[in-house]
Design a protein around this ligand. Sequence first.
Ligand code: ADP
Ligand code: ADP
Length: 223
Amino acid sequence: PWSVTADGVSKVFDSGTVAVEDFDLRVRPGEFIALVGPSGCGKSTFLRMVAGLLPRDAGELRVHGDEVTSPRQDVGMMFQKPALLPWRTALENVLLPTEVGPNRRGTGEAQAREWLELVGLRGFEHSYPRQLSGGMQQRVALARLLLIGADVLLLDEPFGAVDELTRERLNLELLAVHERLEPTVLLVTHNLAEAVLLADRVIVMSPRPGRLAGVLDIPLERP
Ligand code: ADP
Ligand code: ADP
């Protein structure tokens, strides 16, 4: 069984832009995939379709065998900017999904504390977002995804807005999360070195909209 499958997936925006064209992909459970390619080649658009945030125009897209029609709770997406509530502490932000929405979910405070620790934020549970750096805020967002219990993580340049050294550290933490929980990860990055460092497999998308330029198989060897 596949974690994510795409067959002939296409997206054409109203403007006429062909963002993704006839795209195929098969992702095994627990696999860490990096999607690379120049700006505008359709990486974000593809991720948003997998997340169920954007309808596709053609093709078949499945998560855990189910056709994607809307967002689902086992699929979590993270963007460049963390969406944290400024008036809530780190811990309260992580706990947010357990309190709101029609289907309350999540597994409580003890688990929230554990995930905050896993992403390196022990001692910052009661800090407010404004007291945390950009990188730390992204870690809070990652802990929140873990609390929801998402086992497919869609990461759209999650550390794109932090400096390079911090980024390297965050990447190592992401690897630690992956090793511990083995979620399926689709990471969008324009940094090939980062892709090779982190991923089991690197998918290169071509500047020609949606065209698969090549698939590099990176052996499973991590720091
Ligand atoms: P990438 O993530 O690889 O940089 P995107 O998926 O963001 O690429 O964009 C792919 C193409 O689709 C680009 O040409 C972009 O301008 C276009 N595009 C993205 N979002 C929209 C939108 N909401 N409306 C119209 N065009 C869009
Ligand atoms: P950025 O602002 O680039 O996102 P960081 O996430 O590294 O940077 O955070 C900036 C500062 O916050 C660093 O100087 C670091 O000392 C401190 N910091 C970050 N994470 C931790 C942590 N887990 N424990 C203690 N200090 C931290």
